[in-house]
Design a protein around this ligand. Structure first.
Ligand SMILES: Cc1cc2nc3c(=O)[nH]c(=O)nc-3n(C[C@H](O)[C@H](O)[C@H](O)COP(=O)(O)OP(=O)(O)OC[C@H]3O[C@@H](n4cnc5c(N)ncnc54)[C@H](O)[C@@H]3O)c2cc1C
Length: 497
């Protein structure tokens, strides 16, 4: 019997995981990746003994990884040497005071009560709500495939409207738990992972701080790229073929179906199905003929972007923990400047990662490896953005923030620097507008309203990754891979193993 063939565009997490699943079911799978190596946004860079995870640095929602690895016949904990990071983050406020987020309830009690009397009680109630939101949303929205409108719009889903608070604004909703603005910020900043400001995000997203505290933030020894290496091992073991340095220029159609792809070098490759893991809006706009759907996608809401600095440092800064987040008191102004003005905020909240605190091998002995991430707006079509000036502004903001911790000489100890800005994200991974998290997760881009895993017109063209269902982030990319692969297997009439 001739095996059905699938071409996958992109070796991001969604592409590799979908490839492995399809090959394990007997399909002939070829993955075409424009870059020299797999991983997409979950990328790695090394220089002079310094190792940088250039994208994700936080492994959250570990149960999703466990389930998805198990679904691929592998054990997450056997393939990766995972350690739990606790405190998860050290939050540092504008006056230098701090809060170490932890699953140690005694520590949380003492820290929270010192900031606001009776706030520990509010925190426990908030965790309880986050717990409900997490399990309901995972079961009813995230882990689900909505192939027909009736699967979303039905009476069984109606209670969701009340139970996961989609219509309450997250930040406003925090008044039910805390009075202190800093505590409201401490338990809503995670909305940026969804590409949203807490001032517009649904209160449903209390599930994120909940999972970080209850299930933990984890780190694979060797860095986040080990997740990519583990998935590659599974995919190669299943017989998936990979071609790197191989950019797709166009998806070839025959009216109602995808016939295959045309590469940048002009080569044509045919397949029974095409699965696009490259950013979905880019696929509609650049690899398919321009149509109404592509135009509509251009008007959707995109997540913000970031300016990231990767520094090799000639001495260690042990006062920096693995994850430090400077949270600005002008929290709302920060989001307004990012989302409306599409710039670097005047006094940005920003994040510093020191991976050598978790794995000494990430830096040479006696030195340090530091990543600084400054959120900013994505690429704008409305206004000119002076990247050189914005990068300088972001760089100075990092040094100003570090001074709050008494670190005033870091700049003098930088051996080398690499910087990624929104145009870099666009160029490296074909992310529309350089938006690091793809389409954002506002109400009209969630669940059934998010672009589907299968094209509405070309029924053998599928999507897996951040801007399709269920959404952005590494664990979600793995779920997206499963949903898309299952759809292909069902359409091919392959019985699941
Ligand atoms: C700075 C940053 C920090 C992040 N932090 C976290 C975090 O801490 N935790 C977390 O869970 N998530 C985080 N994320 C999000 C996470 O990295 C992504 O959601 C996830 O990796 C996306 O996977 P994906 O399957 O959508 O594929 P992508 O990573 O988008 O990969 C798609 C692949 O397609 C390739 N491609 C594109 N066009 C073509 C073409 N024409 N031909 C061939 N190949 C093509 C690209 O090169 C890329 O390799 C972060 C992202 C960024 C950028």
């Amino acid at each position: 019997m001739i095996r059905k063939s699938v071409i996958i565009i992109g070796a991001g997490l969604g592409g590799i995981a979908a490839a492995a699943r399809l090959a394990q079911h007997g399909l002939h799978v070829t993955v075409l990746e424009k870059n020299t190596h797999p991983g997409g946004r979950c990328d790695r860079m090394s220089r002079d003994g310094h190792h940088f995870d250039t994208g994700p640095t936080l492994l959250i929602m570990p149960h999703v990884y466990e389930d998805e690895f198990a679904g691929l016949g592998a054990s997450l904990h056997e393939m990766l040497d995972l350690q739990r990071v606790d405190p998860t983050y050290r939050l540092v406020f504008d006056d230098g005071s701090d809060l170490a987020l932890s699953s140690d309830m005694k520590s949380m009690h003492d820290q929270l009560e010192a900031m606001e009397p009776d706030s520990f009680h509010g925190f426990l109630r908030y965790l309880d709500e986050g717990h409900r939101h997490y399990y309901k949303a995972m079961q009813s929205l995230v882990n689900r495939d909505f192939r027909r409108p009736g699967e979303f719009f039905n009476l069984r889903n109606l209670p969701l409207l009340f139970s996961i608070k989609p219509f309450s604004r997250h930040y406003n909703h925090m008044a039910a738990y805390f009075d202190t603005p800093r505590l409201k910020s401490a338990f809503t900043f995670q909305d940026v992972y969804m590409g949203l400001s807490p001032f517009e995000a649904p209160a449903t997203f209390s599930m994120m701080p909940y999972t970080e505290i209850a299930h933990g933030v984890w780190y694979p020894r060797g860095g986040m790229y080990c997740v990519v290496e583990a998935l590659m091992e599974i995919a190669r073991g299943a017989g998936v073929e990979f071609a790197f340095d191989t950019a797709v220029k166009q998806i070839e159609l025959n009216g109602i179906k995808a016939k295959g792809v045309i590469l940048e070098n002009g080569l044509r490759l045919a397949a029974d199905a095409v699965l696009a893991n490259a950013d979905l809006p880019y696929v509609y706009q650049d690899l398919l003929p321009m149509d109404r759907q592509a135009e509509q996608l251009a008007h959707k809401r995109y997540s913000r972007s970031v300016i990231s600095f990767f520094w090799g440092i000639d001495r260690p800064y042990l006062e920096l923990g693995p994850h430090t987040l400077f949270l600005a008191d002008d929290y709302k102004a920060n989001f307004d400047e990012i989302i409306q003005d599409m710039t670097v905020p005047a006094n940005p909240s920003l994040y510093i990662h020191a991976p050598a605190r978790l794995d000494p091998a990430m830096a040479p002995t006696g030195e340090d490896t530091i990543i600084a991430i400054v959120p900013m707006g994505h690429i704008s079509e409305r206004q000119e953005q002076d990247w050189r000036q914005l990068i300088q502004q972001a760089r100075q903001a990092v040094f100003r923030r570090l001074a709050l911790l008494g670190i005033t000489d870091l700049e003098a100890h930088i051996k080398f620097e690499t910087c990624f800005s929104p145009p870099s994200w666009r160029k490296r991974y074909n992310l529309v507008k350089g938006a690091t998290h793809g389409l954002c997760h506002n109400l009209t881009q969630l669940g059934y309203f998010r672009p589907a895993n299968r094209h509405s017109q070309y029924h053998n063209l599928y999507f897996a990754g951040s801007s399709t269902r269920p959404g952005t982030g590494m664990p979600t990319a793995l779920i997206s891979a499963r949903l898309a692969a299952q759809r292909i297997l069902d359409d091919f009439g392959v019985v699941a193993m």
